[in-house]
Ligand binder design. Sequence first.
Ligand code: G6P
Length: 360
Amino acid sequence: TDIEKGTYPHYMLKEIDEQPFVIRNIISKYQDENDSIKLDENIRQAVTDADRIYIIAAGTSYHAGLVGKELIEKIAGIPVETHIASEFLYNMPLLSKKPLFIFISQSGETADLRGVLVNVKEQGFKALTITNVPGSTLSREADYTLHTYAGPEIAVASTKAYTAQMAVFAILAVDAARAANVEIDFDPLQELAIVANAMEIFTNKKEEMEQIARDFMSVSRNAFFIGRSMDYHVCLEGALKLKEISYIQAEGFAGGELKHGTIALIEDGTPVIGLATQKNVNLNIRGNMKEVVARGASPCMISMEGWEDEEDTIVLPHVHEYLTPLVSVIPLQLISYYAALHRGCDVDKPRNLAKSVTVE
Ligand code: G6P
């Protein structure tokens, strides 16, 4: 398998780099001859028939599901709940009258999800699996499958599967909106092409990302990621990436929530990574960053062109506000990668973790 890695030292770095191509691949797979969305009619029907969608997932896929909820609710106007599979399995919330279940899983084999799938199928509900492995257990046992077309993901820490999952959610949401004649001013295929280019800017800036990892992460025991709305979900993923592979204790927080407890942990030099890609909360998150800096935190602000500040460490090129997670996560993945590398960790095979967890 070393051959597949090519010139890359690790699968993770290779897979981070593949993301622009994965997004372009998704665009081509979900595009018809007229440049409109190509999607199974039955899936469209199942989504538009639902009065509420339940997204079920684990780990990084759960974080993609949090963004998926935002996309479907904002674009298609269908209420969505995203749940951790292992929680949902033993503590099911009250269901709506016509639910649709969406299982989101890179491997399609995660046991926690399978438990829920078996359960909801027994109750006669419809299920759609969004997976990178069609033909996997979750794909075979669900009524419908959507493919994320990311190619095999080998590194335990998920990268390209996450961005691919969010891209598919954007397409699914718009397809449902159009089918229900909801007025929208967002062409996902066009906007995803812009995203792919924006991703490439960061995969070409590895030295800069490595330097940031050195500056912020080389000696720290812990790190915090803060953001609001869409950015908050990416903070959870950024923190997960960092802890999975570098073993730095990291947590993602909603910007406004930090002061309700966790700010007590901020000391001189504690790294706080802030995400500021959302216009409506831009001033709020900047205010939250000031609060931690006043307590000694060392800030790394990641913002987006249009509402950046000259002090920001990283400024993303402008992409549609619905799709910022696909771009803002790239520097976070690279910073985690280099932090792990400099700490001498086994990047592709972190301790105690498995790529696919097929037992409960
Ligand atoms: C494992 C992996 C994670 C992954 C999670 C869910 O814990 O280590 O990287 O996010 O399973 O996997 P799935 O294949 O269902 O997306």
